[in-house]
Design a protein around this ligand. Structure first.
Ligand SMILES: Cc1ncc(C[n+]2csc(CCOP(=O)(O)OP(=O)(O)O)c2C)c(N)n1
Length: 352
């Protein structure tokens, strides 16, 4: 019986810090290195503040991004203004880099949907919580760009857990067939709540899942912000030309899944400690020190970031509560009858 190899593939892994790919230093402006570090620090301080606000009852649930700052800030740094961003629920650092005001991001976490107003000006979709749906939004936007022959692209964020949803596979399949201008950025942070990656999939990598759909899949060191920028810039360039890409960012969720979770019940403290050594902020700080960019101002920035975050919290808390109508008005351009009825029923119930 004759056997013929019909397909073989490989997955590239992109790393920059400490490798020969860093020979071209500096390949971004010195001021950009500094700005990136500052954004990472602001994002870290936001996380810490949001935790304490949740404990004080100002936020009901919060999903921390600690450990994933390089993924999100690096990827958005690579995104141009006329590209689009599709966030899931853990993308606070991405929102910060995209230019959303801190007080508005707090406002959203405090439960006021007005915190998402103005996102279209940033070519950014509102947060979608259902796991995996973000992939379909990323495919849809990318297909529209392809049909319209636009020259921009879209990046969508999800986690490793989302790759077990049908949505992920449908999105990749459609993107491949229709030359979508889409980049699927999966943050493999090793857990979907308590489900470890070993039980999520038997594939050796997430990136290789792209190959089955005829699109490119790459891996990147997700705690190396420069590698993330490089990988995402290259992927977006391909996507703008109708070649979708799946990026698997190898990273780690340093905190609990959300403030309602207790990860000590299902994961080893030793593993967490090991990943803390690869903390993306620590690694970038060391990199900047080695390359003579680090200075006193950057060292003192932690305090400044804390003040910025405290100030934004105050502003968010002073904002008016949403009006009754606003709870319904922004979901559809034309409100369906069912929702109109629901709105009026609730109006009577709460006497508005
Ligand atoms: C369709 C759907 N099922 C279940 C949930 C509950 N849920 C919220 S987050 C989550 C895990 C997601 O894990 P992953 O995709 O790896 O992203 P991460 O939370 O690690 O960023 C689950 C099951 C949901 N939001 N949507």
């Amino acid at each position: 019986m004759a056997r013929e190899e019909v397909y073989s593939g490989s997955i590239e892994r992109i790393e920059v810090m400490g490798t020969e790919d860093d020979e071209d230093f500096p390949w971004i402006e010195e001021e950009e290195y500094r700005e990136l570090y500052k954004k990472m620090m602001i994002a870290r301080k936001f996380d810490e503040k949001a935790f304490s606000l949740q404990r004080r009852g100002e936020i009901s649930t919060y999903a921390p991004h600690k450990g994933q700052e390089a993924c999100q800030i690096g990827a958005i740094f690579a995104l141009k203004d006329d590209d689009w961003m599709v966030p899931s629920f853990r993308e606070t650092a991405a929102f910060i880099q995209r230019g959303a005001p801190l007080e508005q991001i707090f406002q959203r976490w405090m439960g006021d949907a007005n915190g998402q107003k103005g996102l279209s000006d940033l070519n950014t979709l509102p947060v979608a919580i259902p796991v995996g749906t973000q992939n379909l939004h990323t495919a849809g936007l990318g297909m529209a760009m392809s049909f319209e022959e636009d020259d921009n692209a879209v990046i969508g964020f999800t986690g490793d857990g989302s790759t077990s949803e049908g949505d992920f596979h449908e999105a990749l399949n459609f993107s491949g067939v229709y030359d979508a201008h889409s980049v699927f950025f999966v943050q493999n942070n090793k857990f979907a709540i308590s489900m470890p990656i070993e039980r999520q999939t038997n594939s050796q990598t997430i990136a290789q899942k792209a190959l089955a759909y005829g699109i490119e899949g790459i891996q990147v060191d997700g705690n190396d912000i420069l590698a993330v920028i490089k990988a995402t810039q290259e992927a977006l360039e391909k996507a703008r030309n109708g070649e979708p890409v799946l990026i698997e960012a190898d990273t780690y969720r340093l905190e609990d899944h959300t403030t309602s979770d207790d990860s000590t019940r299902y994961r080893d403290e030793e593993q967490v400690e090991k990943w803390k050594e690869h903390d993306p902020l620590k690694r970038f700080r060391e990199y900047l020190q080695e390359h003579g960019i680090w200075d006193e101002e950057l060292g003192a920035f932690e305090e400044e970031a804390k003040e910025m975050v405290d100030d934004a919290t105050k502003k968010a808390m002073e904002m008016d509560d949403p009006e009754f109508d606003e709870l319904f008005d922004y979901v559809y351009e034309k409100m369906p009858e069912m929702l109109k009825k629901e709105k009026e029923e609730l109006r009577e119930e709460v006497n508005q």
